[in-house]
Design a protein around this ligand. Structure first.
Ligand SMILES: [Zn+2]
Length: 393
């Protein structure tokens, strides 16, 4: 991590406000949409551990003096402060524009541009603009009046576009805002993780205690979730904060999602997602609401000689990727005695019989009784066959 960049702070500026509505077209009111975008970006920068402030939090008029004053009231007028000014364009074009100051390199503007393009928005240009009466100065007052900050203006698209901008701004502005978050994180040098991940990236000064307090959990719970044997943390370390799918019954499909990726994120499988959502194909639509089977990772398995992830996945009716995800494994290597979390899909809990199993041993493992198992599976005898699937109530 680049230490200089990691110290950067961000002031998120919502263009216009109060009596100044900005541009108004197609049901888009610039001052309102810029505030929504700014609030979204604030929440995400908080997630990523990037220090930030909002220039306005409500429908407030800030004039050409008050706005830069407010912006500089948070962290001053240093080059360690990024000012991100959010705007919606008008004038009949289509696509985003990023404007950076004459004093700054194009690195940040280029990163934001790339991420907007990756998110599916066309970018007309990223550029600098000079004041006609004095070409040594920036055209935009906000760039002139924050003279040492790294100030960029992002025009997310044209409210009056005859292309796809109006729809994009109305229905998919989060995707564009997220693209800017990603560009900022890359530029600042902070590990980026997608929204919805229950992860936290350790920053300087953090302790397990302060993180537990921040997320309303306990040190013990954090250690258990992250397989930590000590309280030591390193800057940039990625911590799981809550169990996958905890308190989550539904998930709204985002751009770029696949069933496979969603299954991995929630510690479940494509098959169980398709089954509980009555899907006949794995195709998803953005905005589609999926039911997520409740997953408890309280069940554990102790690795024995000869075990492989593949064999364990089969045994517990899951897959290798799910096991790797919920156990934060980066390789397929296991060590004897290692404790693995096993996803338990309570909506559809199936166990596959292996050699040596008996109803008695299976009942013991799952905290139930032989007669409950026999009833649930309509078994007339205690005999099991290898590969037989049992419903575990
Ligand atoms: Zn504007």
């Amino acid at each position: 991590m680049n230490d200089e960049r990691a110290k950067k702070k961000v002031v998120i500026d919502s263009g216009h406000g109060g009596d100044d509505s900005g541009t108004v077209h197609n049901g888009i009111v610039e001052k309102d949409l810029t505030l929504k975008i700014s609030n979204y970006i604030k929440e995400r920068l908080d997630d990523l551990g990037i220090e930030n402030s909002l220039s306005r939090t409500g429908d407030e008029l800030l004039d050409q003096n008050a706005r830069p004053e407010r912006i500089q009231s948070f962290y001053g007028n240093g080059s360690d402060v990024i000012v991100l000014s959010n705007h919606i364009n008008a004038g009949g074009g289509d696509g985003a524009e990023v404007i950076y100051a004459l004093r700054n390199s194009d690195t940040l503007a280029r990163k934001i541009t790339n991420e907007l393009e990756n998110a599916g928005q066309n970018v007309r240009k990223f550029y600098q603009k000079r004041l006609p009466s004095d070409p040594s100065k920036d055209y935009y007052y906000l760039l002139r009046k924050t003279p040492n900050n790294e100030t960029v203006i992002v025009e997310y698209g044209f409210a009056d576009s005859t292309g796809d901008d109006a729809n994009l701004l109305k229905n998919d502005w989060q995707t564009l805002a997220e693209a800017v978050v990603k560009g900022l994180a890359e530029y600042i040098g902070v590990p980026y993780s997608v929204k919805g991940d229950n992860y936290y990236i350790v920053v300087k000064g953090d302790s397990l205690w302060s993180i537990a307090k921040k997320f309303n959990t306990t040190v013990d719970k954090l250690k258990e979730l992250n397989n930590l044997s000590t309280n030591n943390l390193s800057i940039g370390q990625k911590l799981v904060i809550t169990s996958p799918a905890k308190d989550t019954d539904t998930y709204i499909v985002q751009k770029g999602d696949t069933l496979y990726a969603i299954a991995g994120r929630f510690g479940t499988t494509v098959a169980s997602l398709m089954s509980i959502n009555n899907l006949s194909t794995p195709n998803l639509a953005i905005g589609q609401v999926l039911r997520i089977p409740s997953v408890s990772s309280s069940e554990t398995y102790v690795v024995k000689a000869g075990d492989t992830l593949y064999a364990i996945a089969n045994r517990f009716n899951t897959d290798v990727q799910t096991l790797k995800n919920i156990n934060n494994l980066t390789t397929n290597n296991l060590s004897i005695g290692q404790v693995l979390k096993i996803p338990t899909n309570s909506a559809n809990n199936i166990y596959t019989v292996v050699a040596g199993d008996s109803l008695y041993s299976i009942a013991g493992r799952f905290g139930t009784t032989v007669s409950v198992l026999k009833n649930a599976n309509n078994l007339k005898s205690d005999l099991l066959s290898i590969g037989q699937k049992l419903i575990i109530p």
